[in-house]
Design a protein around this ligand. Sequence first.
Ligand code: ZN
Ligand code: ZN
Length: 278
Amino acid sequence: MSSKHQLLAFVSLLETSKPYLVNCVRVPALQSLLLFSRSLDTNGDCSRLVADGWLELQLADGESAVRLLAATLRLRAQWESAMDGQLAQARRRRRQRLDDNEEEEAAPGQREEVVVALSKELLQFMASKVSYSLRRLTGLEVQNLYVGPQTITAAPSLPGLFGSSATSPHPTKGGYAVTDFLTYNCLTSNADLYSDCLRTFWTCPHCELHVPLTPLERIAHENTCPQAPRDAPPGAEEAAPEPLRKVSDLQRPYHCKACQKDFLFTPTDVLRHQRQHV
Ligand SMILES: [Zn+2]
Ligand SMILES: [Zn+2]
């Protein structure tokens, strides 16, 4: 196990019409996979992660894995809303050039602040030190990756484990879909079933609740504890509602010609939806 695995990231200029390789940077593997994977699947205690269905990450402990995943969710949401802001601005500029009327520029300074804050958080995230091992799954393992849909939800959904995200059972993988890319507790494992249930007595530092809990149940309680200070994790509480509100500001009616349906979409929603039809 080490915290120094690296992936080669290809940085190409998005502005050029002909995409070619301009730079090649070594970046930490774990953090890049968390930020850029199309799918992330976890086991019950989140110590085992599978990125895009074929790269396995084994982390030393589930508690730091859960905290990393929570940061991942926050950063990806902020990133998406920052991109929405940029796309909306580009569209406004184009419209202005077309009919040349004086339209109100929506607080450009504020948006820059959001981007600067996001860049800082991304650098911090990239520098975080976690021990893990990285390996490519074998064909057989890929075929038997998921527990599959569960008729009886044996595994707890642990509401509050990843902040306020609501979870729902994943229809094909099993486990719980936390976001469109993260599925919790859908990986099969040969670890003994008892390890998920190992509870030790724990006292909540905020409400003095004293009960036997697993490490994940502790995090879930701390995130939902009625007496926990709301400003505790830097940026988590104050930053979360802000981008959400902005996203909804950017939603526009969208009619998809391919599936003949109407939606209320942000610019990135549109791109994501169009990808389904390719
Ligand atoms: Zn508490
Ligand atoms: Zn469509």
